[in-house]
Design a protein around this ligand. Structure first.
Ligand code: ZN
Length: 76
């Protein structure tokens, strides 16, 4: 099954999945989920790489494994 990027006007094939963790003000990026999930969104490589997050939020890129953090996630 092929899914396309969730960004308006973008028809690229999705290569990543992202979602919001409101409790921790974090946006997480993951490799494309096997199945679509109502709480996450599919996004293409280009948009994933240029992902920006709201002021005060953190971006966690988990596409290269759980140990790789992009952004500034601080321990509670
Ligand atoms: Zn896109």
């Amino acid at each position: 099954m092929t899914r396309s990027c969730a960004r308006p006007g973008c028809g690229e094939q999705a290569s990543a999945t992202f979602g919001y963790d409101y409790a921790h003000s974090t946006v997480f990026l993951d490799i494309l989920a096997e199945e679509a999930h109502p709480a996450v969104y599919d996004i293409c490589r280009r948009h994933a790489d240029s992902m920006s997050v709201p002021r005060g939020w953190h971006l966690v890129d988990r596409r290269r494994g759980p140990a790789t953090l992009a952004g500034h996630l601080t321990a509670p």
